[in-house]
Design a protein around this ligand. Structure first.
Ligand code: HEM
Ligand SMILES: *[C@@H]1O[C@H](CO)[C@@H](O)[C@H](O)[C@H]1NC(C)=O
Ligand SMILES: *[C@@H]1O[C@H](CO)[C@@H](O)[C@H](O)[C@H]1NC(C)=O
Length: 331
């Protein structure tokens, strides 16, 4: 993640960051909210079995590895946010997103390769890697429900190159609420989208280096910061002896394999693992949504709508880009 800096320096950094993002997203077609040329069932004619192939391969893998839904969801986010949902994150090479230090401890890449290989056997050169990420993410998260949780618009094309941006275009887990809101707004995503998509942290883990430093400066559990649960801070300190420790902790302890609403209960109980999770209580509208999304039906409906918007960020459609044969390289 980005090196932590403070004060004026970080403000300059953030302004530069937002400017870069606006330019990048303005240059690409179909930022979220605009018609992106995507549609449900894009492969209906060209590869009728595409979606069931993705689902079958994904469900078979997820059945044996409960960490995959979280990995895929994070991969999709990391594909979409920097320069659009264009499979840029999958490209190998020294100057690619993947090579940014650190490369975001991304997972799920073998699953993407396996799905893509199955699609190439059935319909060579037809289904983009960007769509594979979008579909496999939906299917992986849906597995535990035994039904598909949201519809995926398809028709994305793969970009020819990827830029190593050192994570600059991803939100930093130290961002305060207004910054967080801004980096989402630049992509056409609202506070409601931010709160719904943050619900992805109901799955998976974070390395200790990203755990909110406030948990470590909490003075003697005396209740000075009302937004940090003291017992939890102690517990986390045992699991993560220091903020630079190599360890990992669950983003939603006790429920890190269930796609459910307990993330919102965790945040509400002042146990958000990242500062950006805790920060959802620092805004009236966001805090109200944290309450609202404790209702599973409301969370799932909101998540479905928001991930559809996220999946349309900066996409390339029509004759732009290409259909990569191997997701690691341009053709
Ligand atoms: C709101 C801004 C966000 C920030 C600052 C953030 C930051 C992070 C960080 C620091 C980690 C731990 C990474 C590591 O230790 O290697 C993480 C994990 C994760 N993030 Fe986010 N994230 C954000 C939004 C999202 C969104 C929008 C999604 C997907 C829709 C997402 C999905 C995930 C998942 C599923 C994990 C766990 C991955 C795993 O266990 O393999 N995050 N995030
Ligand atoms: C996917 O799995 C289902 C259930 O096992 C099967 O009926 C279907 O034919 C499979 N689809 C493909 C394209 O392999
Ligand atoms: C990330 O970088 C490490 C070390 O450079 C490498 O071994 C690993 O395969 C990379 N992961 C991805 C997803 O590219």
């Amino acid at each position: 993640m980005v090196t932590m800096s403070s004060g004026g320096e970080s403000k300059v950094l953030v302004l530069r960051l937002l400017l870069v993002q606006v330019l990048v997203l303005a240059a690409s077609n179909g930022a979220a909210g605009q018609p992106a040329g995507l549609r449900v069932g894009f492969y209906g004619q060209s590869c009728p079995d595409a979606e069931s192939i993705v689902r079958n391969v994904t469900w078979a893998r997820v059945a044996g590895d409960g960490t995959l839904p979280g990995k895929l969801l994070r991969l999709f986010f990391h594909d979409c946010f920097p320069q659009g949902c264009d499979a840029s994150v999958l490209l190998d090479g020294p100057d690619t997103e993947k090579a940014a230090p650190p490369n975001f401890s991304l997972g799920g890449l073998e699953l993407v390769d396996e799905v893509k290989a199955a699609l190439e056997r059935a319909c060579p050169g037809t289904v983009s890697c960007a769509d594979v990420i979008a579909l496999a993410t939906r299917d992986a998260v849906s597995f535990q429900f035994g039904r598909l949780l949201w519809e995926v618009e398809t028709g994305r094309r793969d970009i020819l190159s990827s830029r190593r941006d050192d994570g600059m275009n991803l939100p930093n887990p130290e961002f305060v609420f207004p910054l967080l809101k801004d980096v989402f707004a630049v992509r056409g995503l609202t506070v409601a989208d931010l709160v719904a998509l943050s619900g992805a942290h109901t799955l998976g883990v974070t390395s200790c280096q990203f755990v909110s430093p406030r948990l470590y400066t909490f003075p003697g559990n005396g209740g000075v910061d009302p937004l940090i649960d003291a017992g939890y801070a102690r517990q986390l300190k045992q699991q993560c002896p220091s903020t630079v420790a190599q360890g990992i902790v669950s983003l939603d302890p006790g429920s890190e394999f269930r796609f459910d609403t307990s993330y919102y209960a965790t945040v509400k109980a002042n146990r958000g693992a990242l500062l950006t999770d805790a920060a959802l209580l620092h805004d009236e509208e966001a805090a109200r949504l944290v309450d609202e999304f404790q209702d599973l039906g409301k969370f799932l409906a909101a998540f479905a709508a928001s991930i559809k918007k996220m999946g349309a960020i900066g996409v390339h459609t029509g004759d732009n880009g290409e259909i990569r044969r191997n997701c690691h390289f341009k053709n």
